[in-house]
Design a protein around this ligand. Structure first.
Ligand SMILES: [Zn+2]
Length: 213
């Protein structure tokens, strides 16, 4: 049996990362999509569907490409020593993820803050970290925690706060949740968990609507 190398392991993270995955051929994956189409009562050989198995597999591989990235690759050394000790906040990071229960989209925004303790990270890397975890099969709670733990592990800051607001197509499209309703999750580490004033500052900063985009 052949196994893919587990690239999701990082020297920064001891956490519950995805396990080693068994290799399945592209063709077997396409065949599975074809079977799904048959099960739905469709004719996979009609013109519009002929290339659908190939397209679905390609799209799903892209949407889960975060399994094949690691924090080390993304950071590429972009952690710097700096005396800054004020809150750094990146808000309104667009998130496109897929729920692990239905493989349907989770669309949302992440707000990520940390208070440095001698180390800072390139701001664009924060968005890249969010993207890496979003491009996996997820539940919103775990996505939130993974981003917080990644930053905690990389920077050992005084604190990390991550808040995500998202809407889940598996709920919206199936009528369980009304369109326009959002699920909020947060993960607080260090001073954000311990100090109410710092936490409130973060919460009020992310509530304030930026009006220049
Ligand atoms: Zn779902």
């Amino acid at each position: 049996m052949t196994f893919l190398a587990d690239k999701s392991k990082s020297r920064f993270l001891p956490s519950s990362e995805p396990k080693i995955r068994e290799r399945v051929s592209e063709q077997e994956m396409q065949q599975a999509v074809r079977t799904l189409l048959l099960g739905l009562g469709e004719d996979p050989d009609r013109e519009g569907l002929r290339d659908t198995p190939k397209r679905v597999v390609k799209a799903l591989k892209f949407l889960t490409s975060g399994y094949h990235q690691s924090l080390d690759e993304i950071l590429n050394g972009a952690v710097f020593h700096e005396d800054a000790n004020e809150m750094v906040l990146v808000r309104d990071i667009d998130l496109f993820s897929s729920c692990e229960h239905h493989i349907l989209p989770i669309l949302g925004r992440a707000h990520v803050a940390y208070i440095p303790d001698g180390k800072v990270i390139g701001l664009s890397k924060i968005a890249r970290i969010c993207e890496m975890y979003a491009r996996r099969l997820q539940v919103q709670e775990r996505l939130t925690v993974q981003i917080a733990d990644a930053l905690q592990g990389i920077l050992r800051p005084k604190g990390v706060a991550v808040a995500i607001e998202a809407t889940h197509m598996c709920m919206v499209m199936r009528g369980v949740q009304k369109p326009g309703s959002w699920t909020s999750t947060s993960a607080l580490r260090g001073i954000f968990a311990e100090d109410a004033k710092t936490r409130q500052e973060f919460m009020s900063l992310i509530r304030h609507q930026a009006n220049f985009h």
